[in-house]
Design a protein around this ligand. Sequence first.
Ligand SMILES: Cc1ncc(COP(=O)(O)O)c(C=O)c1O
Length: 348
Amino acid sequence: MRRLSDFRSDTVTQPTAAMKAAMLAAELGDDVLDGDPTVRALEQRVAQLLGKQAALFVPSGTMANQVALGAWTRPGDEIVLERSAHMVQWEAGAAGFNHGVQTLTLDVPDGVLTPAMLERVLRPASLHCPKDVLVCVEQSFMGSGEGPGGLVLPLERLRELHAWCRERGLHVHMDGARLMNAVVASGVAAADYGACADSVSLCLSKGLGAPVGSLIAGPFEFVERGKLVRKRLGGWMRQCGILAAAGLHALEHHVARLEQDHALARRLAESLHGLPGLVCPPASVRTNIAMVQMRHPRHTPASLCAALKERGVLVLPMTASSLRFVTHMDVGDADVGRLASACRELLG
Ligand SMILES: Cc1ncc(COP(=O)(O)O)c(C=O)c1O
């Protein structure tokens, strides 16, 4: 079978041989009945990494966010997020479906909600208004596709936001699906970002290369409430230490190498920027995501993706005028070369 160069997402990675060996060697238990020792070890490791009291292992990043919502909110409450946040755009309305909360969205192209923005939109305490209880941020910030993606939210701005929210009794949740990319790109410790939010999620199955799994971390009482939400969402798993072992392996061996994915994304931008109809300034690429703006007389993002697929290169159109490229463990310079020469041929 012809090997594909897959830039659609960092979720496509296959577990390495060493990761599979770690999974096979894992000590297992029934996590629902009396606990799985490898899951416990992963939860403790991630709580420590993020500077939180406890963490909970869940099957997906979506469930990690949903557990946080369930633990922080009550039906009828309102949560505030950026318009293109994963929790707004890509979770199929789960916030309303699962928890009966209302979303208040703001258009913030760099992803950093500020106190001044919140000041303008937060509701007064009134029997007529929903109660604002939670502000959500995404680190790294994927973006809407209309500008750069994979942005790193600056620590100082996050600190300021969290302090402001705390004074007003609002919690902050950080969707940290790609938090470790932000950590590696900025040199800021995960716990320092963690200190800017009351709860933080972390995905193991994106750039970290594990096959399944995410965690949601926060204070003890939050995690206890989260356990009940996870149970109600059907996310409590049995001998899932086999998955937790992959996560522990990923945290041990696949964090520092994220820098290679970031460098590859910059080289990808260098090779596409300035091709007919494509704009992707390499300096705008901070992590493993290169968002390419496109305006071409013969191709749209969708038609270019279809033509690239015939040439063995998989890419996702992001909007009607942009494409998203994501680098990860299973692509390298040869894949970028293949992509660039296919784009040169197709765009003329
Ligand atoms: C920022 C962000 N949060 C959450 C998720 C959800 O992760 P999952 O696909 O594991 O549910 C994703 C998925 O790509 C994501 O990009």
